[in-house]
Design a protein around this ligand. Structure first.
Ligand SMILES: Cc1ncc(COP(=O)(O)O)c(C=O)c1O
Length: 492
């Protein structure tokens, strides 16, 4: 059948109305087979037969800003220099919008960075470590050992004998666990937290996502002290929310006055992580109180991520916010069972907020998870009731490791431990090289995997290249000493 030659792919504009499939309504050729073309324009047949996605932003020739590209887009450049290039053209006006030759891509998702821990793991690919000098992995803030045997037994029994442990549960969490979390928080902070103010989430990360989703939307702002916890920044990016960096001082504490100066009309929340990831800093109660006053005065939410609460070196409540009048109009507290009972894989966390906000949280949780894993909730409940002493022992062990890490790392010439606590030490290295390069070289040269400071700050922040995060919680005192020995031998 005679067919007129289609215009080049980069010059086509699909009709605005509905999905034109196939292009211009003509009969389409069979779907292309064989190797994928090296670019959308390299294979006319591929371009001719593929399905155009709907919407004005999704064609090769029209970008979301409405800009129409009549000129040939620049040839895609593949950073990996592989034969099959998957890098589509990017619209310079829309920035993150990438027009793929397959399907649309959410620009706010595309704009955020890849998961840092996964990226660091990729540095290990191809590296070998002799048995007498194994890798020292101080990159991840997660327990590596399984939960205590008694807890595993409880979970196994539940899996075998409690049919409901395999089913959906209430969206906001099991009532018994919500009540236990409320009682624990009330005891710990000396305030009154009710079960209706607690939601059980699939980990603290999800609690953060839920909290933010109830507070802010695209174009709003949220203040994050830097160095920040990268997943917080990533979620804000994905939502199109502007993360406003609040640089901490040399003591790694955020300053409420500096924060006040950053509050703009579309600011919705301030996020504090204490004890902090990545710095380990434990925020004094008085400082947390000042942030509460600031947030309350401006009608903002104060999100407190207390994932590492159980490893705080201070005895007694780390702050008094739940004792303050109307605290729940301002405060959203987040907690994780991942670290406390080594339940990382079972994904259990908690969000504590006002009754009114719970109705919104419920919408979010129902949509993304329906309910948190029953086995995880059963384990968390049992842990709250039975693992108090065990957890106190864990805390002591981690505090000893912190002391050992501070002593060992401070003794290194030119190195400076800026802050340490929870699972982490935030250290300044003595080299001119950026921590981004240094961290990679450390894998190859001294068999140490740590995350560079660049993963915790905005791209242009000079603090990042000068620092590393050392997550010491998983290595004992002997390995901490060995870590220091290897860092001492690092030649850059
Ligand atoms: C500050 C902070 N919040 C949340 C999380 C994630 O916790 P979860 O495993 O409960 O999602 C982490 C884990 O590294 C963290 O460091």
């Amino acid at each position: 059948m005679a067919r007129s030659r289609p215009p080049p792919s980069w010059a086509r504009t699909p009709p605005r109305s509905t999905v034109p499939t196939p292009w211009r309504g003509g009969p389409c050729l069979p779907r292309p087979t064989g190797p994928r073309p090296t670019s959308p324009t390299a294979c006319r047949r591929f371009v001719w037969t593929r399905r155009w996605p709907s919407g004005p932003s999704l064609s090769l020739s029209r970008n979301p800003c409405g800009r129409r590209s009549r000129r040939r887009p620049p040839a895609p450049v593949c950073p990996r220099r592989c034969r099959i290039c998957r890098c589509p053209p990017t619209c310079p006006t829309c920035k993150g919008w990438r027009v793929t030759d397959r399907a649309p891509l959410n620009p706010t998702l595309a704009a955020t960075f890849p998961p840092p821990v996964m990226e660091a793991r990729r540095w290990l690919a191809g590296a070998t470590f002799p048995p007498d000098r194994p890798l020292i992995n101080v990159s991840q803030a997660a327990p590596v050992d399984p939960p205590p045997m008694a807890l595993r037994q409880v979970m196994a029994d539940a899996a075998l004998h409690r049919p409901e442990s395999h089913l959906y549960g209430p969206v906001l969490g099991n009532p018994d666990l919500r009540a236990a979390v409320a009682a624990t928080f009330s005891r710990r902070y000396g305030g009154a937290v009710g079960p209706h103010q607690v939601a059980i989430t699939q980990g603290c990360n999800q609690a953060f996502c839920a909290a933010i989703t109830t507070l802010a939307g695209a174009g709003d702002q949220v203040i994050l002290p830097t160095p920040w916890y990268f997943n917080h920044k990533m979620w804000l990016d994905m939502q199109g929310i502007d993360a406003v960096p609040l640089p901490c001082g040399d003591d790694l504490l955020p300053d409420p006055e500096r924060a006040a100066a950053l509050i703009a009309p579309r600011c919705r929340a301030i996020v504090l992580v204490t004890p902090n990831n990545p710095s380990g800093a434990e925020y004094p109660a008085e400082l947390v109180g000042r942030f509460f006053d600031l947030a309350q005065a401006h009608g903002l939410a104060l999100i407190l991520d207390e994932t590492y609460r159980d490893f705080d070196s201070r005895d007694g409540p780390p702050h008094d916010l739940p004792t303050r009048p109307d605290w729940d109009r301002t405060v959203i507290q987040l907690y994780s069972f991942s670290k406390a009972y080594r339940l990382t894989g079972h994904r259990v966390g908690a969000l504590i907020a006002s009754d009114a906000r719970m109705a919104q949280v419920e919408k979010f949780l129902d949509t993304v998870a329906i309910s948190t894993s029953q086995l995880g909730q059963i384990a968390a409940l049992w842990g709250l009731g039975n693992l108090g002493d065990w957890l106190a022992g864990e805390r002591q062990a981690i505090l000893l490791r912190r002391d050992a890490a501070v002593a060992a790392l401070s003794g290194l010439p030119g190195w400076q431990v800026k802050s340490a606590g929870a699972y982490f030490a935030w250290v300044r290295h003595p080299f001119a090289a950026s921590s981004a390069d240094l961290a990679r070289r450390m894998v190859a040269e001294i068999g140490v995997l740590a995350l560079p400071g660049t993963m915790f700050v905005p791209q242009d922040d000079p603090v990042g290249p000068a620092h590393l995060r050392i997550a010491f919680a998983n290595i004992d005192a002997m390995r901490i000493a060995e870590l220091a020995g290897r860092l001492r031998g690092l030649q850059v």
